[in-house]
Write a protein that binds this ligand. Structure first.
Ligand code: SF4
Length: 205
């Protein structure tokens, strides 16, 4: 049988988006399935996150909260650009709100990544920078860092640059980490913002 190359165009992205939107594989989710992803064929930046929180589940779009405000500041993006699927793809490890446990939100549903992640990553063929946020996304995208602390994992960020960057979760709960790691703000973020601006402004990057 002749090899046929995968279709990575807008039609394939739309087909996958429709399939994801209809997914009900996890029937026991506390608020029911409501997959929240942002994908577009032209997206040059991928944000690989964790899973929607309750507020995001209700709002229906990713990072529509205090964490999102900080993440947009880190990336140097306004809201219109951040939520433009033609520019930025947002793929959490689990697409639906997994519920809350005694110490915060539950982990992303593992069956979600197994079912969808590689299909969507393969279709996002224009991505030039993957922004990895949270330990579950870190384990998938940067398996060599499993077992290391966040600070240890981020120390050699230049070795993965410019294709991938690991960030702390922008949640206000991590304010202590931000204070203890001031180098992140002064050394890493200016480089990140410049790369993001170049990627979204110059199609030859
Ligand atoms: S978490 Fe993923 S696999 Fe489960 S219902 Fe939502 S989209 Fe489907």
């Amino acid at each position: 049988m002749a090899y046929s190359a995968p279709n990575h165009g807008p039609a394939e992205i739309e087909r996958l988006r429709t399939q994801v939107a209809a997914c009900t594989a996890c029937a026991d989710l506390p608020l029911g399935p409501r997959p929240i992803v942002q994908i577009g064929a032209g997206a040059r930046i991928l944000i690989a996150g964790q899973a929607p929180g309750r507020r995001t589940h209700l709002a229906g779009r990713p990072f529509d909260d205090a964490s999102g405000v900080r993440l947009r500041h880190w990336l140097g993006l306004d809201e219109a650009t951040f939520w433009d699927p033609a520019k930025v793809a947002i793929l959490p490890m689990g697409f639906c709100y997994p519920g809350t446990g005694r110490s915060g939100d539950l982990p992303p549903r593992p069956e979600c990544a197994l079912r969808w992640r590689q299909l969507l990553l393969d279709a996002l063929s224009n991505v030039r920078l993957t922004v990895v946020i949270g330990r579950h996304a870190q384990a998938w995208h940067l398996p060599e860092t499993i077992g290391l602390s966040l600070a240890e994992s981020m120390q050699d960020w230049r070795a993965r640059w410019p294709g991938t960057i690991l960030l702390p979760h922008p949640s206000p709960r991590n304010a202590g980490w931000f204070r203890r790691n001031a180098w992140f703000e002064t050394e890493l973020l200016p480089v990140l913002r410049a790369r993001v601006a170049r990627l979204l402004g110059d199609l030859s990057s």
